[in-house]
Design a protein around this ligand. Structure first.
Ligand SMILES: [Fe+2]
Ligand SMILES: [Fe+2]
Length: 291
């Protein structure tokens, strides 16, 4: 069984470039076309989209995204990111976010058919860039994780709870220790996150974790802190926040989670779109420049 994880479209619904540089609509179209051309034996059971679907959480962005993703040759399921709006998910993607009443408005649900179990959890905090678990989501997950303690399981979130080494992305994650304790109750689990716009593989207190590259903007992997002596004058004048706050226009990336026996392998993949690899550009809008 295979599951394909895609992430961080940051789609704008008004035809403008995201962060004044990224043609996110083109990235969506190229991605959908690529997956539509996959051989049938390469197709996954389903896709999981780990958040930051529409830039600024605009309804027009979700409409465009839905038009694109609806063409995918397999079902898709969505996870909310810090740029998203829960209301739109529940209203516009009911079959792609099958959330039960007891956990609403949080976008949490499980996909239990198939030899891999997927658990989708909502780590978003209203108006915040960083993530975490609320008590309600933590209690829900505590109940779910023990249902099938031995079945290979993927837990999908937008925010990673672990230190990434990219200073601008290393913010608080509320109740990270509680999440770790919950995941440790499972014998065969992997945490699969978005948000980082780059592929990372780590072991967080013994729990295997991965992050997915972005479809639209690849993170510049830069470990310098805000006050590093290596920050240039030009960067300081541009309000450099530390590494992890700039992207380049690389080819879209995605992950394949593939079950072999009882073992889940994760493959990091690229979609060859002939991207320019220009950048790095900051994740911000400059006043005075056309947005
Ligand atoms: Fe993002
Ligand atoms: Fe994000």
């Amino acid at each position: 069984m295979k599951i394909i994880q895609i992430s961080d479209f940051h789609l704008r619904g008004d035809g403008k470039l995201s962060f004044q540089k990224a043609d996110t609509k083109q990235a969506l179209d190229q991605t959908v076309e690529f997956f539509c051309n996959l051989k049938s034996y390469d197709l996954p059971e389903y896709f999981v989209v780990t958040g930051d679907l529409a830039e600024g959480g605009m309804k027009e962005g979700y409409e465009l995204l839905r038009q694109g993703l609806d063409q995918l040759p397999r079902p898709y399921y969505i996870v909310p990111g810090n740029h998203d709006k829960r209301d739109f998910f529940l209203e516009m993607f009911p079959e792609h976010a099958p959330v039960k009443e007891d956990i609403k408005p949080y976008i949490c649900y499980t996909l239990d058919d198939g030899s891999i179990r997927s658990i989708i959890i909502d780590t978003c905090r209203e108006g915040c860039h960083y993530g975490g678990l609320t008590d309600k989501v933590a209690e829900w997950l505590e109940g779910k994780i023990i249902e099938y303690p031995n079945k290979p399981t993927l837990v999908f979130t937008h925010h990673p709870p672990f230190i990434t080494g990219l200073p601008a992305m290393d913010e608080e994650f509320a109740q990270a220790d509680r999440l770790m304790e919950i995941l440790k109750k499972h014998k065969n689990v992997r945490l699969c996150c978005g948000h980082m716009h780059t592929g990372m593989f780590t072991s967080w207190k013994g729990i295997p974790c991965v992050t997915c590259p972005s479809i639209a903007m690849q993170m510049e992997v830069d470990f310098r802190g805000k006050n590093s002596p290596d920050v240039t004058e030009v960067e300081a004048m541009d309000n450099f926040k530390g590494g992890g706050d700039r992207f380049f226009l690389g080819n879209p990336g995605y992950l394949i989670h593939d079950l072999q026996g009882n073992q889940i392998n994760t493959h990091s993949m690229l979609i060859p779109t002939g991207a320019s690899y220009s950048g790095p550009w900051p994740f911000k809008y400059y006043e005075g420049e056309e947005d």
